[in-house]
Design a protein around this ligand. Structure first.
Ligand code: FAD
Ligand code: DLZ
Ligand code: SF4
Length: 508
């Protein structure tokens, strides 16, 4: 009897380790749209549609390639409702007792497979550059696990942007050049969009019927859902946006949701694209003179540096990582994260496009919605659930370290050497949001004071014991301490009042 070969919704890669180990002539590929996976958080409808449409097309491609695929649609009457349930059902049908599976990107599902009443062979997910063992070896004995040093190892390992043993352009990191304020005009019209075909339209109907009440707009739906389309989206990015990616990486504009970002993470994370082809395309663009070094290096660092590094952290930190809350934050997530009204223009814009696109770029996630949650003392578990639900690219191995660690400092500094907090001044420098905001970014106190200004000092003051000795935060505390004592009192009292209004559900 053959075995079962599990392919999850974010494992849509023909060279997946489970497929590579399987026997096309005897084994059965199992793919299933199941309620458990579709509902462990209230995923954005666009995210569910992307995954289901891409799953259906991938299953079809496998069949064309000669595989036997047992595919379950969400509304099939005998759908068992969970991945393990589906494996058991297919085992009973085929007589198989063994399962080949590539390690899932979430502890929850790893555990379910480990304890399933079937013989499950969990194979390493080799779609990443660094294996668990390599990351552990790198982390071993280090006091601090800083991304930059790990990244250099990955540059050496891949040879990307290397000239012999030296980094191209003479420096490892060109981040210093990548903080330009928003440009007047943006010369690219965002990512390549695709019209839904018949398969996608069927999925859209299903998702509308079953998940139409979840936060997020299902239509217009324009994501790539096949590898061929994702490759076109990659070409489009390299040709049109990459050259200015570095310069405007941190910028935000009222009227532009994408600027020069790639919008490739949804495709990369579900397996339609691979790390090497994306990074080689960027390195080739540099080698041919099409893109400058700060763009190519900055882009490649996000992928072979940050992306690989956060995955390593997720797996060495263990299953309790998402429950960490070192700062003891316990406020409920405000309603405006789910589309409720807010007068903070930057937040309204970030949440608004999250609702329409299931996408916001890194600085919106980190320095607007993440920054506000941290300043306001929101329970990090609720913040984590929100990020896991609302973005098309959100899978726990990548989302949790970015949220719990980088953004909310709830892990006590495993990832970030200091909390990513800022007042409104940073947002004002990087965007045009403040010009059309109800609040005044230059007001430090009073009715129109930008909430980020008030809460910034409030945060520093209430966490003084933890952060005042942090060498990277000394300046902030010195500025605060130099402020007139009455002014400090007013700021803290107004911060308290703002948080009380937030708790009372008032519009802020
Ligand atoms: P670009 O800005 O064009 O970057 C290129 C690629 O680099 C991305 O496609 C992505 O694969 C990779 N990348 C960039 N930054 C990171 C990072 N910090 N961690 C991992 N990969 C990175 N990214 C996810 O893929 N899934 C998530 O669930 C996710 N949650 C996040 C939550 C928070 C609170 C924060 C601050 C960041 C999160 N990120 C997440 C990282 C980052 O914001 C997204 O990868 C990026 O916005 C994706 O859009 P893009 O393809 O246009 O990226
Ligand atoms: C995110 C997701 C959703 C919404 N639905 C499914 C599904 O029905 N079937 C499936 O195999 N995978 C789905 N996924 C992706 C899984 O949740 C993902 O594989 C795990 O969270 C591990 O990263
Ligand atoms: Fe955001 Fe404050 Fe600027 Fe308004 S003034 S957009 S709240 S940073």
């Amino acid at each position: 009897v053959g075995r079962l070969v599990l392919v999850l919704g974010d494992q849509l890669t023909e060279t997946l380790s489970a497929l590579a180990q399987a026997d096309k002539a005897r084994d059965t590929v199992v793919m299933a749209e199941v309620a458990d996976e579709a509902a462990y958080v209230r995923h954005h409808p666009k995210k569910i549609a992307l995954i289901f449409a891409a799953m259906r097309k991938f299953a079809h491609a496998l069949e064309q390639g000669g595989w036997t695929v047992a595919y379950t649609q969400l509304d099939d009457t005998d759908n068992a409702g969970s991945i393990v349930g589906e494996l058991l059902r297919r085992a009973a049908q085929t007589g198989a007792s063994e399962v080949l599976a590539t390690e899932p990107g979430e502890w929850r599902l790893i555990d379910k497979l480990k304890y399933a009443p079937l013989k499950v062979h969990l194979l390493p997910d080799d779609r990443f550059l660094a294996t668990h063992a390599e990351f552990e070896a790198w982390a071993e004995g280090r006091k601090a696990l800083r991304m930059e040093y790990f990244y250099r190892e990955m540059r050496r390992k891949t040879g990307l942007l290397m000239e012999g043993d030296q980094p191209a352009g003479g420096k490892w990191n060109f981040d210093h050049d990548n903080r330009k304020a928003a440009p007047e005009d943006v010369t690219v019209d965002g990512p390549l969009r695709f019209d839904p075909d018949a398969t996608t339209r069927e999925v859209l109907e299903l998702v509308q019927a079953r998940f139409g009440d979840n936060f997020g707009a299902l239509e217009p739906f324009w994501f790539a859902t096949t590898r061929a389309e994702a490759l076109q989206a990659l070409d489009h990015f390299i040709a049109n946006a990459l050259p200015r990616f570095g310069d405007y990486q941190d910028a935000m504009l009222n009227e532009n949701e994408f600027l020069y970002h790639a919008i490739l993470s949804p495709y990369l994370n579900i397996g339609l694209l691979n790390v090497t082809e994306i990074c080689e395309a960027a390195a080739d663009a540099y080698a041919s003179g099409h893109a400058p070094i700060n763009a190519a290096e900055g882009f490649i660092r996000q992928i072979i540096g940050w992306r690989e590094y956060v995955r390593g952290i997720y797996f060495i930190e263990g299953p309790d990582y998402t429950a960490r809350n070192i700062l003891g934050h316990d406020r409920d997530l405000p309603w405006f994260y789910w589309g409720g009204e807010t007068r903070m223009n930057c937040v309204a814009k970030a949440v608004g496009q999250t609702r329409t696109q299931a996408y916001a770029h890194h600085i919106q996630r980190l320095m607007v919605t993440g920054n506000f949650a941290l300043l306001a003392g929101i329970d990090p578990a609720q913040v984590h659930e929100w990020y896991l639900a609302v973005y098309a690219d959100a899978f726990e191995w990548v989302e949790a370290p970015n949220t719990i660690g980088m953004s909310q400092f709830a892990d006590g500094g495993v990832i970030a050497s200091k909390p990513y907090v800022s007042s409104g001044a940073y947002i004002n420098r990087m965007s045009d949001h403040c010009k059309s905001c109800h609040y005044s970014v230059s007001a430090k106190t009073g009715d129109t004071a930008c909430p980020f200004n008030l809460l910034y000092w409030h945060f520093l003051d209430r966490h003084r014991d933890r952060f005042s000795n942090n060498p990277r935060m000394g300046n902030m505390y010195r500025t605060w301490d130099r402020m007139d004592a009455d002014k400090r009192k007013t700021v803290l009292a107004e911060g308290d009042a703002l948080l009380a209004r937030l708790d009372a559900g008032e519009v802020i």
